[in-house]
Design a protein around this ligand. Structure first.
Ligand SMILES: [Zn+2]
Length: 84
C-alpha cells in the first residue's frame, strides 16, 4: 500500500484547489487515488467539502433586500450620516 506522509501533505496542501476543480487532470487523479487509500485525508476532504457546501448555501440565501435594509437602518442608528 502506497501511503506516504508526503502524499498526505500534498493532498492536504491542495485541498481547496482540488475541491474547486482547479487542479490539473493528472494532479486531480493523483489525489483521488490517494483518497481512496487514505481514510485520514478522505475524512478531511469530506469535511471541507461539506463546509464549502454550507457556506455556499448560506451565501446564496443571504442577500435579501430586507436583510440589507435592516443592516442599513442599524448602521444609521449607530453612525448618523453613514449613508452620505
Ligand atoms: Zn493521506
Amino acid at each position: 500500500m502506497m501511503k506516504t506522509k508526503r502524499s498526505c501533505e500534498d493532498a492536504i496542501a491542495n485541498i481547496y484547489l482540488y475541491l474547486d476543480g482547479e487542479l490539473g487532470r493528472i494532479h486531480t487523479a493523483k489525489i483521488r487515488h490517494h483518497l481512496r487509500h487514505c481514510e485520514g485525508c478522505l475524512s478531511v476532504f469530506q469535511f471541507e467539502d461539506h463546509l464549502k457546501q454550507v457556506v455556499r448555501d448560506r451565501v446564496r440565501e443571504e442577500p435579501k433586500q430586507e436583510v440589507i435594509d435592516r443592516l442599513y437602518a442599524f448602521l444609521e442608528d449607530e453612525e448618523p450620516g453613514f449613508r452620505q
